[in-house]
Design a protein around this ligand. Structure first.
Ligand code: APR
Length: 169
């Protein structure tokens, strides 16, 4: 399994699937969700409308349309309240379900943004630890996924992930 750390815009990545930090309506929004829909074009929203939403912690897959990748895996992260509302379990589930869906679709490469750490307010350090632990735990059990990229958008996250991944990058 190849683990990569990329700092920049996830919509540019030519991987089999990029993961979208969506909301439960799957009808677009700001942040990475907004960027993905902007680049993919209106066909993505049209397909998302057929999915009838997505529960927090779950994941659904669509085509990628005008994006350079092949698929978008939409997952809904938890909104951070105080850490006593199952936030950690739900965030872990986003990574687990997205990997499961990628493997089921025989995808070989997937890129994750820092789910829930923007609008949803999840503390970056906690979220990064959950993300890396979830990926490390599952990466050897996957049949098809061969490359997992953590796509960070700011220096804080870059430093956090670099430190957490230094033994496996
Ligand atoms: N590429 C990679 N990462 C990005 C990009 C991008 N183009 N744009 C933003 N990010 C980063 C943010 O800096 C943050 O680190 O993605 C991370 C997730 O932030 P959000 O996009 O705000 O997602 P989230 O915190 O999960 O909140 C989801 O925001 O956009 C709405 O519709 C979305 O309601 C949902 C909520």
């Amino acid at each position: 399994m190849k683990i990569k750390l990329f700092k920049g815009d996830i919509t540019q990545l030519k991987v089999d699937a990029i993961v979208n930090a969506a909301n439960s309506s799957l009808l677009g929004g700001g942040g990475v969700d907004g960027a993905i829909h902007r680049v993919a074009g209106s066909e993505l929203l049209k397909e998302c409308k057929t999915l009838k939403g997505c529960l927090t912690g779950e994941a659904k897959i669509t085509k990628a349309y005008k994006l350079p990748c092949k698929h978008v895996i939409h997952t809904v992260g938890p909104i951070w309240k105080n850490g006593q509302n199952n936030e950690a379990k739900l965030l872990k589930s986003c990574y687990k379900e997205s990997l499961k869906l990628a493997d089921k679709n025989k995808l070989e490469s997937i890129a994750f943004p820092n789910i829930s750490t923007g609008v949803y307010g999840y503390p970056k350090e906690e979220a990064a630890k959950i993300a890396v632990k979830a990926i490390k735990k599952r990466s050897e059990k996957l049949k098809h996924v061969r490359q997992i990229t953590f796509c960070v958008f700011d220096d804080t996250n870059y430093k956090l992930y670099l430190d957490l991944l230094k033994d496996i990058l």
